[in-house]
Design a protein around this ligand. Structure first.
Ligand code: SF4
Length: 378
């Protein structure tokens, strides 16, 4: 049998935070050093248990969370070394680490560089201390500025900033101030999402006490951001992601293009060889799986070709380039225009979709309401 080399991405979920932010529903628990020690040992086993008949070449690694910047040099180094010895590694490997500004010091930034981390995604969220407080973030505006300076000096220039709009009491003026401050720091990439109220979070429980921007205001914030970032040389390549030329997040592009990936750690998701699965979102269950030498999988599902194509369309339409109808026909013998005739006609007529050459794309006015449009392709 001929061995195929498959390019994959790896996501590592670091489920520890110093304190839960007021809006966050990602899986994380309070940081405790003994838990981290045990966790890294299990993570290494999980990586070891993951095998394939094919050769696997890793093109991107993404440390998300939780708060990966809480990990010590030794722990990060051990995890990355385990990946390096378990898989082939692409020459242009992108390794991203999500960092909290309060964890950025000269020594942590230097250590990240030694580990091979070449992209930092900094959770800035806002440049107003009052908004950071509402969000329950532990850092201030000043700490964002000094974190960027330190990362640039001792680790990498390839920095992405995360920003949130739709924060309680936020006005357009305040939002523009955050965007302008972000631009001044010259990051290579900006990701920005509208605050969504998730059940179980502090802000959800206390929502009656806060005044949130209306949907119209949120929409205005979105399009203002698009205008300001594009005016300042950022290219929008996905609904919520903007980058300087050639600085798109390779890792996220792999998701949107329906590439294969492994997710390690509690709550992580994977997609490989037409199967999707997710791990337990519970550290205790995650640990217990390894006692029986099992992978910590909670649910797993085989994906049919039709489901895969629908994922490809829904995720691909998030990208500025949209999807290629010709490619779907050629690779999967899928006639997009016939299969989605009514849906396409509806969105062409309302001006939410456009066809340029053989590419199907969302129009600018569709971007803020994309979720409801994309849900019709599922
Ligand atoms: S937003 Fe980030 S730092 Fe805050 S609780 Fe969630 S994962 Fe932790």
């Amino acid at each position: 049998m001929n061995l195929v080399v498959k390019e994959i991405s790896i996501y590592i979920h670091i489920p520890f935070c110093t304190k839960k932010c007021n809006y966050c529903d990602f899986y994380s628990v309070q940081y405790k050093s003994d838990l981290v020690e045990k966790y890294v040992a299990c993570l290494k086993k999980e990586i070891e248990f993951t095998t394939s008949e094919n050769k696997l070449r890793v093109k991107t690694i993404y440390f998300g969370g939780g708060t990966p910047s809480l990990l010590s040099f030794q722990h990060l180094y051990k995890i990355i070394s385990k990946i390096r010895t378990s898989f082939e590694i692409s020459k242009n490997l992108e390794i991203t680490l999500e960092a909290n500004p309060i964890n950025v010091t000269k020594s942590s930034a230097k250590n990240w560089k030694i580990c091979g981390i070449n992209r930092i995604s900094l959770g800035a969220q806002s440049f107003h201390n009052s908004e950071l407080k509402i969000l329950g973030r532990l850092h201030s505006k000043r700490e964002i500025n000094s974190a960027i300076e330190t990362i640039k000096k001792f680790c990498t220039e390839n920095i992405s900033l995360d920003l949130i709009y739709g924060i309680p009491f936020q006005t357009i003026k305040k939002w523009k101030f955050s965007l302008e401050n972000a631009i001044k720091l010259a990051p290579k990439h900006i990701s920005s999402y509208c605050l969504s109220l998730e059940k179980g979070t502090y802000l959800f429980d206390k929502r009656a006490e806060y005044s949130f921007p209306t949907e119209n205001e949120q929409s205005e914030m979105y399009y203002e951001m698009k205008k300001i970032l594009e005016k300042n040389g950022f290219i929008q390549y996905e609904i919520s992601n903007f980058s300087q030329k050639i600085f798109e997040a390779k890792h996220n592009l792999n998701y949107w293009k329906c590439g294969e990936y492994f997710g390690f750690g509690p709550s992580a998701h994977s997609f490989f060889e037409m199967k999707r699965w997710n791990n337990f979102s519970n550290l205790k269950k995650y640990f217990n799986s390894f006692k029986d030498a099992k992978l910590p999988i909670e649910k797993s599902k085989k994906i049919s070709q039709r489901e895969f194509i629908s994922d490809k369309i829904v995720l691909g339409l998030r990208l500025n380039n949209g999807i290629s109808i010709a490619e779907l026909k050629e690779k999967y013998d899928f006639d997009t225009e016939k299969e989605y005739e009514n849906t396409l006609n509806k969105f062409f007529q309302t001006g939410y979709l456009t066809k340029q050459n053989d590419n199907l794309k969302l129009t600018p006015k569709a971007l803020f309401v994309s979720n409801s449009i994309l849900s019709e392709f599922v």
